[in-house]
Design a protein around this ligand. Sequence first.
Ligand SMILES: Cc1cc2nc3c(=O)[nH]c(=O)nc-3n(C[C@H](O)[C@H](O)[C@H](O)COP(=O)(O)O)c2cc1C
Length: 172
Amino acid sequence: MANVGIFVGSSTGATQEVAELLEEQFEGAELINMEEDFDDLEQFDDFDVLLIGSSTWGQGDPQRDWVDPIMELESETPDFSGKKVAFFGAGDQDTHGEEFVSALVKFKTLFAQLGANTEFGYWPTEGYTYKFSAAEKDGKFVGLAIDKINQEDLTEDRVSSWASQLKQEMGL
Ligand SMILES: Cc1cc2nc3c(=O)[nH]c(=O)nc-3n(C[C@H](O)[C@H](O)[C@H](O)COP(=O)(O)O)c2cc1C
């Protein structure tokens, strides 16, 4: 099995919870919390597969623990060609439905610019009610959208189906 690294930024634990569920699904995966475990960009080198997790804040912004790593990725532009990358994150489609999980697209754009293959883990928008999401492309989210605040009961099923989908798409 490929080395899977799950990198997650989470302020109230919602995206962290998803990361932990994913860790159970991918045998041998390593979970890196961006606040507690992340020191430098070389940590991405250890993995063939990256699962990148971030909630959305402000006007569709990434979670705060990602701010510095994103700036470093943008300035140092490491070569991520050969890596398979997918994205997940929590949002609030009711109170923040004007930018629901919008941060996911920023990660997808960045990792694609670094040469990674990011065409994995598109997720249906059916079953969500939101006004707008920058993370919606051709009628699908560019990664797994989770809403712990309004749809917590759906989280486990969403995570396990997304994990099965990724295993198939990535050939894991
Ligand atoms: C000030 C504030 C701004 C937020 N902005 C957004 C947003 O733009 N889009 C969204 O989907 N959710 C937004 N949220 C909701 C959070 O993403 C949501 O609470 C999420 O579960 C937090 O996940 P975390 O605990 O993994 O950080 C916002 C919440 C707060 C308090």
